[in-house]
Design a binder for this molecule. Structure first.
Ligand SMILES: Cc1cc2nc3c(=O)[nH]c(=O)nc-3n(C[C@H](O)[C@H](O)[C@H](O)COP(=O)(O)O)c2cc1C
Length: 254
């Protein structure tokens, strides 16, 4: 088994980072486009009902109304709302033997994703960078400095990352997963991050917030902000969350 740096998964990650100095020179591969929807014109069509009774399930409006939101009310989120969002995205919900299972699934229950965030506008919490200590359901304060602008700059200067109440930053400690699964483990890391983000976005919706996932960032700038050892741990995904206007969202009936 090769060491981490020699794995093709690791090399791929390093080859696909965004760097401020070189981002404009990145050439897109000449891969032809395909339609957004796959069709089976020859297949028999089976219509689906749209009036299913589960539409009354409490999750239905959350899924229906979730939309990537990049404008937020000038209103803080409460500290307990932040705690809820952290729990919803990565909280421990069950224990069995050596495993502490969480709200989001994880390949092999290895949980390679770490949660950090920039608290920009949270009641009763000083602005700054924090790490979520999942095991103890507590926060590690990493910096007291207002990190909103620095995080937004590191995320390809996307301003809404500074205007959010909280900007979540998810890194991965690749070794946690790749020790067991090798190169294939990289797939699991990225899938895990997707689950976590979706949990967050749906939970945000439940408390009158909206969010936007973000994968456009200068990897090394975010890693530097979080003081990560890029050989072991690197940013993989991010999301901004803030209060949204009531009844906001693109309407589309079920
Ligand atoms: C992997 C991924 C990366 C994304 N990165 C960004 C980003 O960096 N900036 C941004 O404004 N939106 C980003 N988005 C949001 C997409 O633009 C958005 O999901 C898409 O337009 C569909 O809209 P919806 O989320 O409202 O359904 C990202 C979404 C995904 C799933």
């Amino acid at each position: 088994m090769p060491e981490l740096e020699e794995c093709s998964g690791y090399i791929y990650l390093k080859e696909t980072v965004y760097k401020r100095a070189t981002i404009r020179a990145i050439k897109r591969p000449a891969i032809a486009q395909v339609p957004t929807f796959k069709t089976y014109p020859e297949a028999e069509k089976v219509e689906l009902p749209r009036n299913w009774r589960l539409a009354e399930a409490r999750i239905t409006p959350l899924l229906q109304n979730r939309r990537s939101l990049r404008r937020y009310l000038a209103e803080p989120i409460k500290f307990e709302e932040l705690a809820f969002l952290l729990w919803a995205s990565q909280g421990i919900t069950a224990k069995s033997g050596v495993y502490s299972f969480r709200t989001a699934p994880s390949g092999g229950a290895l949980y390679p994703v770490e949660t950090y965030f920039s608290a920009n506008f949270v009641e009763d919490l000083a602005p700054g960078l924090y790490h979520f200590d999942v095991e103890n359901f507590s926060l590690d304060r990493l910096s007291n400095e207002d990190s909103a602008a620095a995080v937004a700059a590191a995320c390809l200067d996307q301003k809404f990352m500074a205007q959010s109440a909280v900007s979540f930053l998810w890194s991965s400690i690749f070794r946690r997963c790749m020790t067991k699964y090798g190169n294939r483990g990289l797939r699991y890391v990225l899938l895990d991050a997707g689950h976590i983000c979706q949990n967050l976005l749906v939970a945000a919706e439940a408390i009158g917030c909206g969010g936007c996932p973000v994968a456009a960032f200068y990897d090394d700038e975010v890693n530097d902000l979080l003081q990560l050892d890029p050989g072991e741990e690197s940013i993989v995904y991010a999301a901004a969350v803030g209060k949204k206007e009531k009844a906001k969202g693109t309407k589309c009936s079920l």
